[in-house]
Design a protein around this ligand. Sequence first.
Ligand code: NAD
Length: 434
Amino acid sequence: MNTLHDQLVSKDATMSVVGLGYVGLPIALAFAKHLRVIGFDIHEGRVEMMKRGEDPSEEVEPEGFEGCDITFTANADDLKQANFHIVAVPTPIHASHQPDLGPLLAASRTVAGALKKGDIVVYESTVYPGCTEEDCVPVLEEVSGLKMGTDFFVAYSPERINPGDKVNTIETIVKVVGACDEPTLDTVARTYDLVVKAGTHRASSIRVAEASKIIENTQRDVNIALVNELSIIFNRIGINTFEVLEAAGTKWNFLKFQPGLVGGHCIGIDPYYLTWKSNKLGYHARVINSGRYVNDSMGFYVGKQTVKRLLAHDINPLEARVLVLGLTFKENVADIRNTKVIDVIRELESFNVNIDIVDPHASPEEVKAEYDLDLKAAPEQGAYHAVIAAVNHEEYAGYDAEDFRGLLKGGHGTVVDVKGVFRGRTGDLDYWSL
Ligand SMILES: NC(=O)c1ccc[n+]([C@@H]2O[C@H](COP(=O)([O-])OP(=O)(O)OC[C@H]3O[C@@H](n4cnc5c(N)ncnc54)[C@H](O)[C@@H]3O)[C@@H](O)[C@H]2O)c1
């Protein structure tokens, strides 16, 4: 039988990717090297950039657009030309930590408007187990008037890429796939095999595939929460967490997690999708929620420790100047959404500390719009009582005692090293890390 996979390969059928962000654009471009692809996004400004071969998320280099058979569009009618649809839109949470399915259901409505008999819809967005079948499929059926399982087919394949990571990429990470039936699973897995050199893992169901993704990030979150809590304890004891971890890490089965701020839209968000589902089923997930609580508190904790250090050096916080190096949610990326550095800043602000923030990767306009903060183009030399190394961008990797001394007032003051990367490299300056 001539399956949709074969028609895609012979370009008798077309793929669409709906939502062209960190996840959607790389996958769309990877497929566009083999298939005919329509890249759809509701954000017209982003679409215009991609038409010019620019990635608004700054992950894909201009060469990544070369040799691709892809049409970028913000016109949902264009999706009617496609038969295999991949949905990769955001799955954020509300302020109350409840899943916000707004973008996912909106994208489902858009795809439903283009659905034809025989089409396949693959969701890549991270969701709780059950979401694809309980929340998305009803929208697809209602809007299209078609029936899932007979008229169109659904699959789920979570994305595991890691922003800023050039080693673990779409090609090198095994792709988990779950589908509504065996033929769909086979078509979808063989289609991903075209671009995923590491191959696919065929899960027994859509729910298993959904659950596998959400627990990867939940496991990381809980483990980081444990070392963050240990770091609070060790701070009281007066020993350095990284030294303890180095010693414990010599045992073969000690897990090498490090303390830090857990921001971004994956690790700090996904566990809430699972705990929400769990709550609905009558089980209050204590371990996962405790981990979330600890990790969500760490930014405020770092801010408070900085103020304590200032006071210990007889510096009135009202007159103190503090430099924050880095604002994005992780190193070497441009994304400032859900950064936990903001909690460090808000805590310092609550003590009326004067703060300068620099970040070579963040856009000053976005920082202004999102947080009402002004990024400084460059730090002032000899101006600060404390420097907080909040994000380890490559621009700061080579910093040593002389660089910090140059920033500090009179060459003295405190270095707050959130990730412990400058340990042993700050000379006789006052030093604190998680
Ligand atoms: N960023 C990551 O590293 C990563 C890794 C694994 C999984 N995920 C998951 O993948 C999904 C997408 O995340 P992302 O980081 O790519 O998000 P993103 O914010 O970078 O991009 C999402 C894109 O979708 C577009 N969009 C929003 N609503 C839309 C709609 N209704 N129709 C069409 N386009 C729409 C936005 O304009 C944006 O371009 C999320 O569920 C996320 O949890 C992300």
